[in-house]
Design a protein around this ligand. Structure first.
Ligand code: ARG
Length: 573
């Protein structure tokens, strides 16, 4: 257990004590950090909330609350602002004690949750033999970051890649593998080859209805366990997975489970049978559906679980998946990181979960699109969906040119490693720094810039700090001793460091790593301001040590924060 408490925790508990002393309800009002330093570092609206209940003047009540507040060990005298806000300015001595405690804390003041949950995060989930699109890329980056944050906060996280490895596309692919001339070949470029076959057969089908029947026949044969088709399906899935795996490895993303759709196949028939028996599902025009007669949004939109030709659907598999996960992990929460077009699907699925008596917290963590230069969903020049492998490679190649230009003399191997760290970091960060619902414009130039809210900017701040520490031969930063916060830039850097520990525990509430991005960006800005304003080498020995300690702490915080976003830092760049 960490013994460190954040300023926010301390002020909140002091406010509660004061309010309790006055005999007012405890949960009255909250303390927040202020957006504008004019209003101090923190403020509370407690007096305004109390005034409403007690029908009193809020400013008078604020004065009364302040009289009962025991904060002289951490703040200047609290002031009253506006309609009755109480503002707190942390005292120099308190900030110095806090920042020292933070630097001695192995977790940098970021507390683990008191209520650890079992959380299943379903993310990435590309479809085999269908083109991967930018939605899968966003899901992969966002899902990984959420998993890292949740684990860091002490939750038990199970990540599951719900691969689309079963479905009607395999009728087309198998037909294509049997009858169309091979291109690059499955072994050589499985994902590309399968998508090519999928596309070509789709186009051919449009011209010939008899072909449609033949394709359908291949699918039915596969579903009935035909040896040859099963073998082709297995091979396609295996080779595709191996290719995905290379991308995941490059991105340093791994999954605890990869229970694709096919894993649930045998459960579907009995599932539909049972849902019919229990009266949860009904037959409608030959198909099997679930109605939600009382639901305001989709009382007229049933959830289809079996088509009239007997085929099961995406949603059927998702119901089986719900039940499997419940039985195996008893999760407190299940999060689906998946684009917003699937909103209705998930709302209906979660309604089914409730009907089945599942009580976990179900969340669809939706996101917007990535737009190309034409402001439409990003595609390649030829109009194809973006291929993940080539996107990653381009990021690395572009970063390599930058590294090459800046540091032509670094050893080749190191240049490549730095290029990987910068390129993939830039790509991930460009995604995570956006509010997840925003459709954002994809721009290599912007994301790879060393200026502005980008990964290279943050990585560069880290690298600067590391180089500074190397020059000072400072390894053991703990031994640097206390930090003295004389200069305004020192104070504001320290405050930002303290506040990141307050921000991180809130990131999962609305699944928004972009808040962390912004906090890290501000941290880097504040570090640069401090670095400009506060000389280190020319300073007195104790001041120099204090400033080095502040720099070292900033470096650790940058590294930790970026790691939660799935982004690495180089030692030099
Ligand atoms: N494979 C799906 C798609 O590409 C996403 C799966 C999301 N997860 C789920 N359990 N439905 O659209």
């Amino acid at each position: 257990m960490s013994t460190y408490s954040t300023p926010l925790e301390i002020l909140t508990s002091r406010l509660r004590q004061g309010i309790q002393e006055m005999g007012l309800p405890l949960d009255l009002g909250v303390v927040t950090s202020t957006a504008n330093p004019r209003f101090g570092d923190y403020q509370t609206n407690a007096a305004m909330v109390a005034a409403k209940i007690l029908q009193k003047n809020p400013r008078d009540l604020a004065r009364e609350i302040i009289e009962h507040l025991q904060v002289d060990d951490c703040c200047e005298a609290p002031t009253i602002a506006g309609a009755g806000f109480i503002n707190f300015s942390l005292s120099k001595a308190f900030l110095e004690t806090q920042i020292r405690a933070l630097s001695l804390d192995g977790r940098l003041g970021i507390a683990k949750t008191d209520h650890p949950k079992t959380i299943i995060i379903d993310f990435s989930s590309p479809n085999i033999a269908k083109p991967m699109h930018v939605g899968h890329i966003r899901s992969t980056i966002l899902g990984e970051s959420l998993a890292r944050i949740a684990r860091f906060l002490g939750h038990h996280v199970i990540t599951d890649n719900h691969l689309g490895d079963w479905g009607t596309q395999f009728g087309k692919v198998i037909y294509g593998l049997k009858h169309l001339p091979a291109g690059k070949g499955l072994e050589e470029a499985p994902v590309q080859e399968l998508v090519r076959l999928y596309r070509e057969v789709t186009a051919l089908e449009e011209q010939s209805p008899t072909l449609k029947a033949k394709v359908r026949e291949e699918l039915v044969k596969l579903q009935h366990g035909d040896q040859e088709n099963l073998a082709l399906w297995k091979k396609a899935v295996k080779l595709s997975w191996e290719e995905f795996e290379k991308h995941y490895e490059l991105l340093q993303i791994s999954f605890d489970e990869r229970l694709g759709e096919s894993f649930y196949h045998d459960a579907l028939e009995p599932l539909v049978h049972r849902l019919l028996e229990q009266g949860i599902a009904t037959k409608s025009e030959g198909a099997v559906v679930i109605f939600f007669p009382n639901h305001p949004a989709f009382h007229d939109k049933p959830f289809l679980i079996q088509k009239s030709d007997g085929a099961f659907l995406y949603g059927t598999t998702d119901i089986a998946t719900l039940e499997y996960r419940e039985a195996r992990w008893h999760p407190d929460a299940v999060w689906y990181v998946c684009g917003s077009p699937q909103q209705l699907h998930f709302e209906q699925l979660f309604s089914v979960a409730r009907i089945l008596g599942l009580t976990s917290e179900f969340r669809h963590i939706a996101f917007g699109s990535i737009l190309g230069e034409d402001r439409k969903m990003m595609k390649t020049r030829s109009g194809d969906n973006i291929e993940l492998g080539s996107l990653l490679q381009e990021a690395i190649d572009r970063a390599y040119s930058i590294v090459q230009e800046k540091n032509p003399n670094f050893p080749e191997e190191e240049k490549q490693e730095i290029a990987r760290i910068i390129g993939l970091g830039a790509l991930k960060y460009a995604d995570l720094m956006q509010h997840r619902m925003t459709d954002y414009l994809f721009s290599w130039e912007k994301m790879l810039s060393f200026q502005g809210n980008t990964a290279p900017y943050l990585q560069n701040a880290y690298v600067r700090i590391r180089s500074l520490l190397r020059k000072q031969e400072t390894q053991d930063t703990h031994a640097l001793g206390p930090m003295v916060l004389e200069e305004p830039t020192e104070r504001s850097l320290a405050l930002q460091l303290l506040q990141i520990g307050e921000i991180i525990p809130t990131l999962l509430e609305d699944a928004r790593p972009n808040i962390l991005c912004l906090a890290l960006y501000e941290l880097a800005n504040k570090f640069h301001a401090f670095y400009e304003a506060c000389p280190m080498l020319k300073a007195q020995e104790s001041t120099k040590k204090s400033r080095l300690a502040l720099a070292a702490l900033t470096g650790r915080m940058l590294q930790t924060g970026l790691e939660l976003l799935g982004i690495q830092v180089p030692e030099r760049m």
